[in-house]
Ligand binder design. Sequence first.
Ligand code: SAH
Length: 339
Amino acid sequence: MSIYNLTKEELVDYFLEIGLKKYHAEEMFRWLYEKKIKSLDQITNIKKEALEKMKEKFSLGEIQIVAVEREKEVNKYLFSLKDKEHVEAVLMRHDYGNSICISSQVGCNMGCKFCESGRRKKVRNLEVGEMVEQVLQVEEDIKTRISHVVIMGIGEPFDNFDNLLKFIQIINDPKGLQIGSRHITVSTCGIVPKILEFSKFPYPVNLAISLHAPNDLLRSQLMPINKVYPLKELMKALKEYSKNSSRRLTFEYILLKDINDTKECAEELSKLIRGMNAYVNLIPYNQTEAIEFKRSEPFQIMKFYDILKKNKIQVTIRKEFGTTISAACGQLRSKKEDV
Ligand code: SAH
């Protein structure tokens, strides 16, 4: 088993079981996440017998970078997993630091019509360690600290909920990767019961909702999850979430030419989220070969933006990364596996 699967608390339990002390778990975390050891043999302050026991049980590192596409501000990584499946991660260099977008599943069952990842059904959830290692390995590749993590790569993080929570605990841990909660963002297509559960999770990370349409008719056409949790239920859950946390929500809204980028949609969207502690992130669509949707024209994007502004909705337009390298969700993996 990968040692990166374990939260500090789980490591404490294991250490007590094999006769070590609680503080050894903290030490161990420092070896793993500060010193970033490559082999358990590098550990100098844990007894030999205990180390031998650990070596029987744990491995260090189970995923491998098999391809990298590099641009000035963005790197895209393809990882091979121990069962030969593939996932990807994207590194973005911002003026405020390095941000990584990681995958949470192999494939995805949500079936959003515009999304490359959804073209192949979920094969399995990623283990906690497989998420942690995406961060560690990219850090090693760029030889610089990663300060921000977004869980917005392949997969639906709320469909891998328990592992997601552990992953957040590990990267946030003061003895782990020390990535502050406010520098961590989880993006979901809107699985209502999990949003409610997540509102009780005592780590104030950011939540982003992939909205993409302001009414049920259109949203159900684009995102099948909307048939299970329609907008009324979603918005109710988000209001509940906002009550429980002081965190500002992000609504992601991809602009698809002639589909959801009209003036009417902008007005309807403004009405839908008026009064919420939230902002809208407008996303220029990354076109892919296999999917027929087109990106909205720049003037249409600006028009949409202006209407939201006029309606006093907080709104930003996502800075574009990686349109020349295949940085839209799932494209590198698709190329590799030819799906
Ligand atoms: N399942 C989660 C997280 C993964 S998708 C979710 O739905 O939020 C991350 C974001 O990328 C979502 O907002 C998704 O709708 C968006 N996305 C998918 N394909 C895209 C594309 N081709 N161009 C731009 N954004 C895309």
